[in-house]
Design a protein around this ligand. Structure first.
Ligand code: URP
Ligand code: ZN
Ligand code: ZN
Ligand code: ZN
Length: 478
């Protein structure tokens, strides 16, 4: 046969187009598009269903040491398995530097955690927590050259945060080396001051997590991160944006020509502060994440940002902690105050279907915008395009064939992560991947994941196009 695989009668969706086509695959890559292709060793009839590029979850945490007694429930086996079953074919989790540790040691440790375990392809972002002169002058440039071309910096969490001067120094390296910087924007001192007031007043239940991190702490830090990016003249991407106030800062910056990119996540569309509890019971711990979910009005503003282009990326921020058991949300016991509960919620498997079902099928966003938000833009912003993120000749055959129409009730029993709950339990959905292909291989057949941990490959990323220094008009005129 001419092809190892042909997918027939696909309603292919890219960031730009929708078109009927067969998809011919050889050596794991798309080598032919068009109706009436020659035969394949294997043939799959898509029967007019939507076929999108596989998702790129460019913000998820697997097997990341936390340092506070909690342990992430998903490693690279369960994390990538869960991703594949939800239509994601590339993940970019974080190699996190501990303060005092070299970046190189953090990366080597993370490679060991991933080796032989992933079902789908993966790249790493770095988390820079200790920007010593050696890290800034030697390690970071070397790692960027080796394909770790994006890194996250934190403005909050004592174990992770940089001060303003450190942020500027780190942003300057990104500018010089052409790397993409992701910023967790929340004001640390406001949060710690509010937290001590709440706890002193006896307000320790999970729901006070939301009160300890109001929107203004996110707004202030977002504004500051944007100012620093402007000062250094470097693009940044503000991660996990939760609501109106940060969005207004980002929209203002974008409107003024600053290269500010932004990401949001399902929790800011589908959860609200009420999910942290309406009483003092512990069940609200399930939805503790930072920034916290806001309210219905803010959900609508986040939807608007997905529709109108304020957001470029829709990722899960999968940060998996079990609700029961000794090392998840209860690591410090049921009576732990909200600030001792591990931050983060699971979502790597539900991300794609939630946005297809609630976004595309309800007519809020077009299929092409879905593809941009879940795949193409992340590939471009993090240096994986055009190998990943499109249905195009030469691209990896990372594809999702969608099953649409039959409504079902989402339940954690359907999911393949190692977390004992989903925050979206009971939601009615109308779509789920019928098939997920990674480099032409079916890794999810609608029933079970492929039992092939270790087939996923590490991806060295290019320097992202959007992070390259701009040619100024006066240079071009020369
Ligand atoms: O609460 C969250 N989002 N935990 C994950 C870590 C992070 O800051 O993204
Ligand atoms: Zn964060
Ligand atoms: Zn309640
Ligand atoms: Zn995160």
């Amino acid at each position: 046969a001419e092809f190892e695989l042909v997918i027939r009668n696909a309603r292919a969706v890219t960031a730009a187009d929708i078109f009927m086509t067969d998809i011919g695959v050889r050596d794991g890559r798309i080598v032919a598009l068009g109706l009436g292709l020659a035969g394949g060793t294997r043939e799959i009839d898509a029967a007019g269903r939507h076929v999108t590029p596989g998702g790129i979850d460019s913000h998820c945490h697997f097997d990341q040491p936390t340092g506070d007694g909690s342990v992430m429930a998903d490693n690279f086996v369960s994390g990538t398995r869960s991703a594949a079953c939800g239509g994601t074919t590339t993940v970019i989790p974080f190699a996190c530097q501990q303060k005092g540790q070299s970046l190189r040691a953090a990366v080597e440790d993370y490679h060991r955690r991933a080796a032989g375990k992933a079902l789908i392809d993966y790249a790493f972002h770095l988390i820079v927590t200790d920007p010593t002169p050696d890290v800034l002058e030697r390690e970071l440039p070397a790692l960027i050259a080796e394909g770790l071309t994006s890194f996250k910096i934190y403005m909050t969490y004592d174990a992770l945060k940089l001060d303003d001067r450190q942020m500027l120094e780190t942003l300057a390296v990104a500018r010089r080396e052409g790397a993409m910087v992701m910023v967790h924007a929340e004001n640390a001192d406001c949060i710690s001051w509010l937290t001590s007031k709440l706890i002193a007043g006896g307000h320790t239940a999970p729901r006070f997590h939301a009160a300890s991190r109001p929107m203004l702490v996110e707004r202030e830090a977002t504004h500051r991160a944007i100012a620093f990016a402007e000062l250094v003249d470097v693009p940044v991407l503000i991660v996990h944006v939760s609501g109106r106030e940060a969005i207004e800062q980002i929209r203002w910056a974008q409107g003024n020509g600053l290269r500010i990119h932004a990401e949001t996540c399902p929790q800011y569309l589908f959860l609200s502060a009420e999910d942290l509890g309406c009483d003092d019971s512990f069940h609200g711990a399930k939805c503790i994440c930072s920034p916290p979910p806001r309210d219905k009005a803010n959900q609508a503003v986040v939807w608007e940002g997905l529709e109108n282009g304020v957001f470029q990326v829709f990722s899960s921020d999968h940060a998996p902690f079990r609700f029961d058991g000794p090392d998840g949300k209860r690591a410090h016991g049921e009576n732990a105050s909200f600030d001792q509960i591990a931050n983060g919620i699971p979502g790597v498997e539900t991300r794609m279907a939630l946005l297809w079902s609630e976004g595309v099928m309800r007519g809020r966003i077009e299929p092409q915008r879905f593809v941009e938000l879940t795949s193409t833009n992340a590939a471009k912003l993090y240096g994986l395009y055009p190998r990943k993120g499109s249905i195009a000749i030469g691209a990896d055959a990372d594809l999702v064939i969608w099953n649409e129409g039959q409504p079902f009730t989402l339940s954690n029993t359907m999911l393949h992560h190692n977390v004992d709950y989903t925050p979206y339990e009971g939601m009615q959905l109308h779509a789920w991947p019928a098939l997920t292909l990674s480099r032409g291989e079916v890794v999810w057949d609608g029933t079970a994941p492929l039992d092939a941990a270790g087939r996923g490959q590490f991806l060295a990323c290019d320097r992202p196009g959007p992070a390259q220094k701009r040619r100024r008009v006066d240079e071009l005129a020369l």
